[in-house]
Design a binder for this molecule. Structure first.
Ligand code: ZN
Length: 432
């Protein structure tokens, strides 16, 4: 039999998990299934997946330019991180200690953002882009091959536009999808007149639309009202931007409902979104994105010692929220929410590990939510997020043989090798 030529054949994987599914993502109960291929292999040509299957079978069908031994390791799609605040300056580790111990100043979430905003406005392009480059390298080494990146630490027209242009100019192995988040929180100068700031956000939209794919609005008690977010969202839609919503993180501001009304790609956080609004999101095709790393870093499930007593944690209900979002029929995805305040982690691996520990999600759910479903929320479910013939060959070789072990273990980087569009870019956790 004449063998077909391919560029790359990855063979002898203990497991290949394809995370295959519909381009719009795995909704409801379907997210709870994953079928590993044992002794698996992946064939790649011209940067795209050609076939996924049994090693013996694929070896008999394909003649590769390069045969890559997976040595009994796990092989998976590249991880997709659908919500990050990549560009900012400075670190707020000092105020976090006060929050952790309950001693000293009460550094609120909103107050914290204003410090990052001041530092970001003052930072040069070079400082911002150098830090972003380092962060992206670190993400790649931990298995992320596609990332959504928001503005939101400028909160004035000049800086927001500058952040968008910088995000748009990034050239990295990780695909970066830019989002305009002018309406993150009201800046200090506009706390007394948030409507005036909303007008400024809208004013910048035609310019922002040249550099961004999505417009995000923070529909939350610490952000903007659903009326204000609706005004921004409608203008953004007219300019051809997709919509994402920071919804109901600190209280129900009807963010989930607004996301459904606007046909948003995703409503993110949804901590306080009621069931009926989650169901409306599912009907509108709006995904829910959850952030176990935020719950972890803000210690939202850990009691706080205060005046000799233990204060109850504000969000012991996160496992129920995770279950409700799945049962509502939404496509659910996981993400880092990488940012200097509530989630200073670059690692989707860590997020996956925390999703089991804090949200009590199972291995199959977590893998599907960090690959195909995350890509689907970025409108990339047809070309990324799974090892499916025709999709781009973004592939991870892990140090462990089974997919459950990536989640069961924690605290070290388990990624061994990374392929982007069929090219090896990480070799033994170092740049190739
Ligand atoms: Zn965010």
């Amino acid at each position: 039999m004449n063998k077909e030529h391919v560029d790359l054949l990855i063979t002898d994987a203990a497991e290949v998990i394809s995370c295959d599914g519909p381009a719009e993502g795995l909704a409801g109960d379907t997210v709870r299934h994953l079928d590993p291929i044992f002794n698996g292999a992946v064939a790649v040509r011209d940067g795209k997946i050609v076939a996924v299957g049994d090693t013996t079978e694929l070896k008999s069908r394909y003649y590769p330019k390069r045969n890559f031994q997976a040595d009994g390791c796990l092989v998976s799609p590249g991880l997709v991180d659908p919500h990050s605040h990549l560009l900012y300056a400075g670190s707020r580790h000092d105020e976090w200690e006060a929050k952790v111990t309950g001693r000293g100043i009460d550094a609120g979430l909103q107050g914290g953002i204003h410090r990052s905003v001041a530092w970001t406005r003052a930072a040069t392009d070079e400082v911002l882009i150098t830090q972003a480059g380092r962060d992206l390298d670190e993400m790649l080494i931990h298995g992320t091959t596609m990332l959504e990146a928001k503005t939101g630490y400028g909160l004035d027209q000049d800086t927001e536009l500058r952040l968008l242009q910088l995000t748009n100019s990034i050239d990295h192995f990780i695909t970066v999808i830019p989002t305009y988040l002018g309406a993150h929180v009201p800046p200090k100068e506009y706390l007394q007149d948030t409507d005036a700031y909303v007008e400024m956000v809208i004013d910048l939209l035609p310019q922002a639309a040249k550099f961004a794919e999505y417009c995000d609005v923070c529909c939350d008690p610490i952000g903007f009202s659903s009326d204000q977010c609706r005004r921004i969202g409608k203008c953004a839609i007219e300019l051809g931007l997709g919509i994402r919503v920071h919804a109901d993180q600190t209280g129900n501001a009807n963010g989930g409902l607004l996301a459904a009304e606007l046909g948003a790609a995703s409503a993110d956080h949804v901590d306080y979104t009621p069931d009926e609004d989650l169901i409306a999101m599912a009907a509108a095709g709006t995904a829910a994105i959850l952030f176990p790393s935020v719950t972890h870093h803000l210690l939202e499930m850990i009691p706080l010692p205060k005046y000799g007593e233990l204060e109850a944690p504000p969000k012991p209900f996160m496992p129920q929220l995770a279950e409700r979002t799945i049962n509502s029929g939404c496509v659910v995805a996981l993400s880092t929410d990488y940012n200097p305040g509530s989630s200073p982690t670059l690692s989707m691996q860590t997020v996956m590990q925390l999703a089991a520990r804090l949200f009590r999600l199972g291995y199959a759910e977590i893998w599907n939510m960090s690959t195909l479903n995350a890509a689907a929320t970025l409108g990339r479910g047809h070309e990324r997020g799974s090892l499916t013939p025709g999709k781009r060959a973004d592939i991870i070789i892990w140090r462990v043989p089974e997919h459950g072990m990536v989640i069961h273990r924690f605290g070290t980087n388990l990624v061994r090798d990374v392929f982007v569009a069929g090219e090896q870019v990480i070799d033994q956790a170092r740049f190739a």
